[in-house]
Design a protein around this ligand. Structure first.
Ligand code: TXA
Ligand code: MG
Length: 339
């Protein structure tokens, strides 16, 4: 069931209903500022097992626990290092996930049996209101089938997970549109395990030294963070890159000429000058700055799937640090092994 919730004044009755579903080991899809999450009571092994089943995700792939603030995180970890205090002060509530040594309160199902736990305090008012009423950590991976594109709208959740979700709280499109940045604080130097909505530069300004441990590997091979699967965030169609808008349009025309029935999605940063896309080719303009682009990217990938696009022609994005997270998602979506 899907219920619309006004983020500026979440209906308490709806939130109570969501809490009741969660306390009965049910699954509630929740809006966050990054993407929609598939929420389950983080202390309930039955609910956690349902999360993995609904997603089709291997149970070794650890989940993020969502909490209101650092105080709510303290019982879940073995200790809060000074660096975590600084990061929480700078970025929470918000799209930063911290990996810390776990406490015994965290079920094995959350951590994949590992010694660490990933925690974040989201900023979206609906999930925050829910967390206040729930008064417990909410485990929430992105609310999509394993290795498909994360949802930035409630409709994406419904299409991907269907009846496996008991309740979808629909608060409209997600503001950031790309997942949280995951940073590992268990070693001597903080390490980014997944690029995301908080950039490496923003993190570096707070922590100083920072390693970025993000590389593409073959799916199925054991690795530190399953978000690093080479094929992840992937639409059904094949992705190719074009150097600029005009090149993308020319390519679409050539493909349609050779294959008149083809369905093509063209994803550009800016509106094309003069030219219009040929018949059989849809056009989405995603934005010319990385924040706007990230907000629109997954929606455009979902759209392409919905239209049955077999080929996605994507205008290349700049090789600049601010675009790193977007580049990472694009290369995974296309399964291109780039450094
Ligand atoms: O923005 C987000 O983070 C969204 C929203 C719903 O909060 N959640 C999300 O969850 O993207 P998920 O499960 O799709 O991705 C979680 C990432 C994965 O890359 C996972 O491997 C990593 O966090 N992770 C979770 N626990 C970990 C741990 N203990 N150590 C290392 N990586 C961990
Ligand atoms: Mg995910």
């Amino acid at each position: 069931m899907r219920i619309v919730v006004d983020p500026s004044a979440p209906d308490v009755e709806v939130l109570r209903k969501a809490v009741a579903v969660l306390r009965a080991s049910g699954l509630v899809a929740v809006p966050t500022e990054t993407v929609y999450g598939l929420g389950a009571l983080g202390t309930d092994p039955v609910a956690l097992a349902r999360v993995f089943a609904a997603k089709g995700r291997p149970t070794t792939h650890a989940l993020i626990l969502h909490v209101l603030d650092l105080d709510a995180a303290r019982p879940l970890v073995a200790g809060v290092p000074a660096l975590a205090e600084r990061l929480a002060a700078a970025f929470w509530p918000g799209p930063l996930t911290m990996v810390l040594p776990r406490s015994e309160l965290v079920p094995d199902a959350v951590t994949g049996g590992g010694p660490t736990v990933a925690i974040r305090a989201p900023s979206h008012p609906v999930v925050r209101a829910l967390l206040r009423l729930l008064d417990a950590p909410l485990a929430a991976p992105s609310a999509n089938r394993y290795q498909s594109v994360s949802p930035t709208r409630a409709i994406h959740v419904e299409r991907s997970l269907g009846a496996a979700v008991d309740l979808v709280l629909d608060a409209g499109p997600c503001e950031r549109g790309i997942e949280s940045t995951v940073v590992d604080l268990t070693g001597p130097v903080p390490r980014i395990l997944r690029l995301g909505a908080v950039s490496a530069e923003e993190l570096r300004a707070v922590v100083g030294a920072l390693e970025v441990h993000v590389h593409l590997v073959d799916p199925g091979v054991a690795h530190a963070s399953p978000g690093l699967d080479a094929r992840h965030y992937a639409p059904r169609g094949r992705i190719v890159f074009a150097d600029e808008a005009e090149g993308g349009l020319a390519r679409a025309e050539a493909v349609l000429h050779a294959e008149p029935g083809a369905k093509i999605a063209l994803l550009l940063r800016r509106p094309p000058v003069a030219a219009t896309p040929p018949k059989g080719c849809s056009l989405r303009v995603l934005g010319d700055d990385p924040v706007t682009y990230a907000r629109n990217l997954y929606d455009a990938l979902h759209d392409a799937d919905e239209q049955g696009a077999t080929l996605l022609i994507v205008e290349q994005v700049p090789h600049l640090p601010a675009w790193a997270a977007v580049r990472d998602r694009l290369s995974r979506a296309s399964n291109i092994n780039e450094t």
